[in-house]
Design a protein. Structure first.
Length: 189
């Protein structure tokens, strides 16, 4: 399974590079990456992560549509920001979903690290939805996901994927900085 994992990891690096630059082309690499990662995670008994790839595929199709629409309307992919109430609502929903999904995985499967895997999966879904909506808040969530994932994937022997998440951690920080600069530059004087 290692060659498949390595190809998926390389596609992930290209995907994130293009995301930071707000390029719609990120979705071509992202869709291919998640299609390859589904069997990798299933084989490692990270069932939440395997299912996550299916959800990512659907959300990425929506993101592709939404980013292209934004680009057509304004000539670029515009960045948005959540309200404080919006952030709170996402946080409460995320915590509830992590508890429920982790509990289900712990009770009904032989999942490795069911709660950590659930946290990684649920936060990833929220971050991917926010990314598809062009919300800047996606980046701190990706930083959290990357930090969780590094340890989780090392523990399951997915070293190329853990290495990808080390790179993605740095790239997520870079993305957050780049998008914040863009938002500041777009503010009317």
């Amino acid at each position: 399974m290692k060659p498949l994992e390595i190809v998926a990891a390389l596609l992930g690096v290209l995907n994130i590079l293009l995301l930071v630059r707000r390029s719609v082309w990120n979705y071509a690499f992202g869709l291919a990456m998640v299609a390859l990662y589904a069997p990798v995670f299933f084989h490692a008994r990270l069932y939440s992560d395997a299912l996550l790839q299916i959800i990512f595929f659907a959300v990425q199709l929506y993101g592709l549509w939404n980013w292209r629409r934004s680009q057509a309307e304004s000539g670029e992919v515009r960045i948005e920001r959540l309200t404080a109430i919006g952030r709170l609502a996402w946080a409460v929903a995320g915590l509830a979903l992590i508890a429920a999904w982790g509990g289900a995985m712990a009770r009904w499967t032989d999942a490795a690290f069911p709660y950590l895997d659930a946290a990684n999966a649920i936060i990833s879904v929220i971050a991917q939805i926010m990314l598809s909506l062009r919300l800047i808040e996606n980046w701190p969530l990706w930083i959290l996901v990357d930090a969780i994932a590094i340890g989780l994937y090392i523990a399951r022997g997915l070293l190329p994927t853990a290495a990808l998440y080390v790179v993605m951690l740095g790239m997520s920080a870079w993305g957050w900085i780049a998008w914040r600069r863009t938002l500041r530059a777009e503010k009317p004087a």
